[in-house]
Design a protein around this ligand. Sequence first.
Ligand code: ADP
Length: 577
Amino acid sequence: MKQLSLRAKLYILIMTVLIPLLILQLVNLLTRYETAMENELQASKDYADTLSISFTHHFQYLWNAELAIGNHLINSKYSFTPEDIDKYLRQFLNLHPVIREFSWISPDGQVIANTYSNTAKNTQDSDYYQHIISGEEIYISDLYTTNSGELSIASARGIKRNGNLVGIIVAYIDIDKIGMLLPSQKRNDTVSFGLIDSQGKIIYQNTNLGLTIEQRDIPEDSPAWLSLQGQPVTSQDYNGQGRIGASVPINGFGWAAFTTTSVNEVLEGARADTNRDIIVLMLIGIIITLVYGLLIGDHFLKPLMRLQKAALAISKGDLTARANLEGNDELATTGKIFDQMADRIQHLEVSRTRFLQTAAHELRNPMAGIKGILSLILRRFQTGKPLTDMTNMFEIMEREIDRLSDLLNQILEAFRTQRENGMLTLDLKRVNLLDIIDSAMKPFQISKSCKLITDSNIDKTIWILGDFIRLEEVFRNLLSNAIKYSPDDSEVFVTVQVEEDHALVTVQDHGIGIPKEQLEGIFECFYRASNLEKRDPGGMGLGLYICKEIIDSHVGSIWAESEEGVGSTFYVKLPLY
Ligand code: ADP
């Protein structure tokens, strides 16, 4: 699989945080749906109750009105002709727009007056007549088809005088106008509500006016059947077709009031809220991801890029390139290690160049000397000139060859030290440091005034555990340098002191000194200070390097203090035996 970029990994990391949030949001959505449905069921039930109460009140009012009309007709001093009655009833039609007609019927079922002329004159077969005649005071019929083919319900009231039925007043209801009696529903447009009679026929449904009598049967599995038996019912799947609703009994009528709403409509609000939340969440997610990706991504990428750039530059030969990473994290640490590695490579490269330059320079002089003398001898030989002064010439050649041999020995010594990883093989014995210094000074005492100053408290021995030959080499080197880098007539002082558990030897001169910033460097392989240009007595920059290796191997330390043009002091500290 293709390796993912760091940034892609970061994005994935962030998304793994966001995805649970999205899942939470989905769970939230389901809860919202559930709450919305529960609220809707409650609202449907309340509304169906309101329909039931409102309808009952209205019919109560209608029956009262019927009683008032009937009483007026029977108590009147005047005897009404059917026309008078008809005229009188018509006045009420205007007051009750839901009533299509009124009839005044005699106890034997004859229609005495009727606001609607087509009505049959004998009502003995009608439902309401039978109920009133059998003693019921008020009655409301189920849905039926009138003789003229219209659908209606009849509200009848028996009018009595002294306990005897003297007339029946009947109001025929225009079922399509029943909606006027019901409280309007403003919650949403898809709400359907209405009334069902005891036979399970829809008397009124706001969304379905003008149905035929056959179309009004409610389905057999409709929850409304339970309401017709007296139970309130709520259902999330009312009559199927994605509707939620409730029905309640209309007590005393044997009817039911119902209301249903589209589930989609109910959930739309919750869905809209959730959609909005999800969009907001996604936006926040995207913004966080981008910002995080850019900031944190850059936080990781920038150092990596710098590291990469530095590595590339070094691979192309620019050994001065560095990553220069700041901070304490793993990347910064890697950067620092990388820089150290680059320092080391650069250092090695500088040493190599320095060695080549110095070796070439140092080898050239003796070689030139030897070649010069050999050429002179050869020319004299060819021209037949006498070969005089040969001893001197051979001496010069021998000196130059010795010099060459010294140089090569130094180089071999330095490489040997390097190859053995800085730890020299020493012949350690209990030795007297003063003897070593004394021995080291011997060759110089003839040509130069080297003064040894020792601490007055010291007797003739300072015991240390060391390699006599190697330590002698150290002090000889220091003395040789002190003389080499000083004017001919200046003095070199050597002091020896004992301090606590160690001895401290100093070699002090009043020579050319060493630039301060190069004091550390002089102990490196092939390092030569920059102030030699004017007057260079020659050297390969190996002596002090070898000294340091020897002293380090003795668990001691070596360092220098110097001032340019004033002089230098070299310190060697060695543990006492
Ligand atoms: P070299 O063969 O060049 O003398 P060393 O390792 O002995 O090599 O010394 C390294 C460099 O340190 C010398 O090239 C010189 O620049 C500087 N140096 C050493 N000793 C002295 C000194 N006593 N005074 C001034 N410079 C010194």
